[in-house]
Design a protein around this ligand. Structure first.
Ligand code: FHN
Length: 462
C-alpha cells in the first residue's frame, strides 16, 4: 500500500509540530565558528540516515498499520518497553555494507553523512560501553556499523557526523518522552538520565570514531540553558571543530539554523542554515511508503535551498537488512549525474543576489490564520560564486527565444551551459534594454539545466 502524502503531512505537521521549533538561531560569535563552518558552506548536500530497531516492524505492529513516522512506532502504537526490546534479538542486518552506502553518497554528489547513533527509542546503533542496549551487545549482529561507516567515510573523503537524541529516550525511566511506561516527564530525574547516559554516550561518539563533522541533536525537550550549555561545552572540549546543529536547546544556539523538517524558507537567510528532508514521507523505513521524490524534485529542492544560502540534508531509511531501498538509490544516482555536470552551481556557491524568482505573497488568497499565502515560482533559481552567476532552469521552463537575465549593473563577459564541456559561448542580445541569452535550440536536460553567466567583476553590482 502506498502511504499518501497526506499521512506524511499528518506525521510532520500534526504529530510533531509541538516537538520542533521551526527555526533556531545560530551561534556565530565565537572565534572557532568560522573555521568549523567552512566545510559546511562548501558541502551544501548531505545524506541523513535514520536506521534502528524500528526498521524491523517498518510501520506495522501485530499485523496492523501504525500511522506516523516509521521511527516513531514505539511511541505511536504504542509498544511497551518490555516488548520493543525484543526486536533486538532479531536484528541481524547482515547486508549492511558501509562501503556501498558511502559510495552511494559519493556518486549522488553528497559531501557529508549524518546517521542516527541513538534515536528516541534509546537504542544505540554503535558499540556503547555506557548502555548494553546497543547493536553490538544486544543483537546477533555483533558488529559496529557506525565504526564501519566512519572508516569508509574517511577513506572516501566524506565528512561524518552523528544524530543523537539527547533528550527523548523511551527506553530509560528518566529519559523524556515515554510517559506510557514511565509516567510524566516532570516527575523524572532528567538530569540523572543526562549525566548517566546521554552525556557519556555523546562523549563516546566524539572519542572513538575519528573526526566528527557534526553533532545533530534533536527535539530538545526540557533542555534548559544550563543543560544545553553542558552539551555545548562537552562537544567543544572533545572536538572543537565539530559543528552543532540548531536543535540542542532553545537557549543555547548551535553553529547554524535548523529549519523544521522539510521546511524550506521562502527567502534567503543571513545565517547559515540547513533543512533536514525526507525522500518519501518517513525517516525510518516503512514498508508501505514508496512515495519517493523524483530526481527532478530533488534537484529542484537542492538548487532552491542553495539559492537561499542553505544546505540540504536528505534522508534515506535502510531496511532491517541494512539496505537502502533500490528505487531511491536510483533516483539519487540520477541526481549525482546531474551534479557531475552542474555541481559548480551548488558546491561552495552562495545565495541569489536577486530574490524575486522565489515567488510572492498572494494579494487575495489567505491561509486559515488569515495570512496571505506564498505562491512559489519554480521557473529558475540563481546561485553565485566569484565572478559567476548560475541560473538553473527547471523542467518545462526553457525559453527558446532567450533567457532574460535579471537587471544588474556589472558587465557580462560570456555565458555558456555548464553541461557543455566546451563551454561554447552563447549569444547575448539586448532586447528592450534587457540582456537576453540565446540558449541552445534543444534542451540538453529537461529535468534542469544551468546557465553560467560570467561577470567582469568578482561581485555582481545590482
Ligand atoms: O522526531 C524526530 C523525527 O523522528 C526525525 O528524526 C526528525 C528529523 O529531523 N526529527 C524529529 C522531528 O523533528
Amino acid at each position: 500500500m502506498r502511504l499518501t502524502p497526506l499521512i506524511g503531512l499528518f506525521c510532520t505537521s500534526l504529530l510533531l509540530a509541538p516537538l520542533v521549533h521551526a527555526e533556531t538561531k545560530a551561534e556565530t560569535s565565537d572565534q572557532g565558528h568560522e573555521k568549523r563552518i567552512a566545510w559546511f558552506r562548501e558541502a551544501k548536500f548531505g545524506m541523513f540516515i535514520h536506521w534502528g530497531l524500528y526498521s524491523i516492524p517498518a510501520g506495522e505492529w501485530q499485523g496492523k498499520q501504525v500511522l506516523g513516522l516509521g521511527e516513531w512506532i514505539m511511541h505511536n502504537a504504542p509498544v511497551p518497553v518490555k516488548d520493543y526490546v525484543k526486536l533486538a534479538d532479531q536484528f541481524n542486518p547482515t547486508q549492511f555494507d558501509a562501503e556501498k552506502i558511502v559510495q552511494l553518497a559519493v556518486d549522488s554528489g553528497m559531501k557529508y553523512i549524518v546517521i542516527t547513533s541513538k534515536h528516541h527509542d534509546g537504542f544505540a546503533m554503535y558499540h556503547s560501553s555506557v548502555s548494553k542496549y546497543n547493536i553490538y551487545d544486544a543483537t546477533p549482529f555483533k558488529r559496529d556499523p557506525l565504526k564501519e561507516l566512519a572508516d569508509a567515510c574517511a577513506k572516501h573523503g566524506i565528512k561524518f557526523g552523528f544524530y543523537y537524541s539527547q533528550s527523548q529516550d523511551w527506553h530509560e525511566p528518566n529519559g523524556a518522552g515515554n510517559t506510557a511506561d514511565f509516567g510524566p516527564d516532570e516527575k523524572k530525574d532528567f538530569d540523572r538520565y543526562l549525566t548517566e547516559k546521554s552525556e557519556p554516550q555523546v562523549k563516546e561518539l566524539l572519542t572513538h570514531y575519528g573526526p566528527v563533522c557534526l553533532m545533530w541533536f534533536d527535539t530538545p525537550f526540557m533542555m534548559t540553558e544550563e543543560r544545553g550549555s553542558r552539551f555545548m561545552r562537552l562537544v567543544r572540549s572533545v572536538q572543537p571543530n565539530c559543528l552543532i546543529d540548531g536543535r540542542l536547546s532553545k537557549e543555547v544556539h548551535g553553529d547554524y539554523v535548523s529549519t523544521g523538517d522539510n521546511v524550506v524558507p521562502n527567502k534567503s537567510m543571513t545565517e547559515d542554515w540547513e533543512v533536514p528532508a525526507t525522500t518519501n514521507n518517513t525517516w525510518g523505513f516503512r514498508k508501505d511508503d514508496t512515495d519517493w521524490k523524483s530526481p527532478g524534485e530533488i534537484v529542484f529542492k537542492l538548487v532552491d535551498v542553495a539559492s537561499k544560502g542553505g544546505n540540504y540534508l536528505l534522508n534515506v531509511g535502510p531496511t532491517s537488512a541494512g539496505v537502502i531501498p533500490e528505487h531511491i538509490q536510483e533516483n539519487l544516482l540520477t541526481v549525482g549525474k546531474w551534479l557531475k555536470l552542474n555541481g559548480d552551481a551548488i558546491y561552495g556557491a552562495t545565495k541569489s543576489p536577486f530574490g524575486d524568482e522565489f515567488g510572492e505573497y498572494s494579494a487575495s488568497i489567505k491561509d486559515h490564520a488569515g495570512k496571505p499565502i506564498f505562491l512559489p515560482r519554480t521557473d529558475w533559481r540563481c546561485t553565485t560564486s566569484k565572478g559567476k552567476l548560475f541560473f538553473t532552469l527547471f523542467r518545462k521552463y526553457y525559453p527558446r527565444d532567450g533567457f532574460e537575465i535579471p537587471a544588474f549593473k556589472t558587465k557580462v563577459t560570456q555565458a555558456y551551459m555548464l553541461s557543455d564541456p566546451e563551454h561554447t559561448p552563447l549569444k547575448i542580445v539586448v532586447r528592450d534594454g534587457v540582456r537576453c541569452v540565446q540558449l541552445p535550440r534543444s534542451n540538453p536536460d529537461p529535468m534542469a539545466v544551468t546557465l553560467c553567466v560570467e561577470l567582469a567583476d568578482d561581485k555582481v553590482q545590482l
